[in-house]
Write a protein of this length. Structure first.
Length: 99
């Protein structure tokens, strides 16, 4: 973050990064969930863990997913520090939110 100025003795920061407006190519869809390794990123909003555990159970029970691994961010407003790890270990990733 970049400090922009001090107002009444308080440093004010802009919580944004550089804007990237370049179009990106979407990852190819999985042909099947059978045997897939799924990563789930819990963004730590209230009840996200409850919803995501239900999604994980349904994926394993109904769709043949062989592995589900969870990661949890420490704060909603930060980028995931796990992106590289998730890309290396998972065939697909779900980023979940609470209410």
């Amino acid at each position: 973050m970049k400090a922009i100025e001090t107002i009444s003795g308080i440093s004010v920061y802009v919580p944004t990064g550089a804007v990237d407006t370049q179009s990106k190519k979407l990852a190819p869809r999985l042909k099947s969930l059978e045997g897939a390794r799924i990563g789930i990123l819990d963004n730590c909003k209230e009840f996200a863990d409850v919803v995501l555990r239900g999604v994980a159970a349904a994926l394993e029970r109904d769709h043949g997913v062989t592995k589900v691994k969870f990661w949890q961010k420490t704060y909603l407003g930060i980028p995931s520090p796990y992106a590289q790890e998730m890309a290396a270990e998972c065939d697909a990733v779900i980023n979940g939110v609470g209410h």
